[in-house]
Structures are given as C-alpha cells and as structure tokens.
Design a protein around this ligand. Sequence first.
Ligand code: MG
Length: 254
Amino acid sequence: MKFVRFEKEGQVRFGILEGDTVTPLSGDLWDEKPLSGNELRLAQVRLMAPLEPGNIFCIGRNYSEHAKELGNDLPEEPLVFMKPTASLLEPEGTISVPLWAGRIDYEGELAVVIGRICRNASEEEAEEAIFGLTCLNDVTARDLQKKDGQWTRAKGFDTFCPLGPWIVKSAETKGRRIETRLNGRVVQSANTDMMIFPVSRLVSHISRFTTLRPGDVIATGTPAGVGPMNAGDEVEVEIEGIGLLRNRVVAEAS
Ligand code: MG
C-alpha cells in the first residue's frame, strides 16, 4: 500500500495511491479511513513530502565503500545525526543551493518512517515499529561539513531534505536496489544489503537514547558514489519496490 500527501486547491491531505488513483483519507497517516467516492487522478494533485516528520534522524557512514571514499574509518556503532525539519522538500521541488557554501553533494538513501512509540527497543521490537519506507536525498554542503567539524549546518539548509514520493507500507528493508542518477547518469548503485548496520539495529540504537515517535523519519545512510550537484542539475533517487524521488537544483536567490 502506498500513502501520499498531496495538495489540491490549497488543501493538503493524505491519501492512498493505487495505480494512478488517489483516494483521500479522512485524517492522517494513522487514520487509514479512505473517503471512497472522492477519488482523484495522480496527475490532478501536487505531491507533497509524504509526511511532516517529527524528527529527521540520519545515519552517517553505513555503507563501507562510502566511508572509504571519504577517507573515514568504519564506525563501531551507528553514527547518528539530525536534519532540521525545515530542510524538508517535496518530490519535484527545487533544491536551493547557497553559492557561497562551496560543494553541495547528493546522497541517495532509504528512509524509514516510524509508526509506533519506541524506546529501548530490541532489534525485533524495532522492526515492528517501522510503518513504511520512502526515498530521501541527504543533501550535504561537503565543504561546510569539513569546516564545521559537525554536521548540523552542512546537512541542514532549507530544501536539503527531499523526501518521497510516497510511503510504501512495508518493513522489508533488505535486498532493495538503490540508485541515484544525476542528469540521467547513474552515480550511485548499490543494494540495501550492503549496509554495515541493518535498519533494525539503527532503530534499536536510536531508541536507546531517545524516544522514537510515530512520524519520525530515519535516513539509513548513503552508498558509495557521492558527488557534487550544480544549479540546473536534475537528481533522482530510486529504490526498488518503493519509487523515484526527483528534484532539480537551483542557485539560491541572493
Ligand atoms: Mg547521508
């Protein structure tokens, strides 16, 4: 089952997507009552990010080839950071790059959406807390990341968190092909089986220090092949069985 959030005539709602038919929901993601008789075509709506996350947790260096390409040691436990929720961007939205900030990279990632309260969870319990899956681009100001020594600013600019295009209701995070394309050219190609720490471990790990709540999102790390984007580029993150997240890059208006 696929969940979308969409705008139509100024109103934002959640819906269920089947084929190219969107059935609006009476409430939010946690209220799955479809309003049948009110169906819309996908082409008639503007897709928004599929939810407004409570928190956006991210994992650094969770694919060994990516850690190596940036000259980093493999982590002994999951490396957690966060993106501000104001960085959220909808599918087909434009990533606005500040020209003064130097190199800006794409990072295609599998994102999980938490569906229930989760604290001190075992890996088994963690898996049960996963509501669904979507695609995320962990856009990164690489030069600022190095300069600052920590990542909040580099990862946190407005529009640096494209998310979507929808949430697939599934907790099956293994064995999914993940690919990033820049202007149609494949730049990242991997499989989620190549993660150092599986998703259940990531969720469990985060739940050992904070309470995960429904609507929290966890980006699970990017594979090898990261690289810069420039104004005018088109970037796509596609994950097998989930969907395709496409965004364009523009220079931030001064
Ligand atoms: Mg990342």
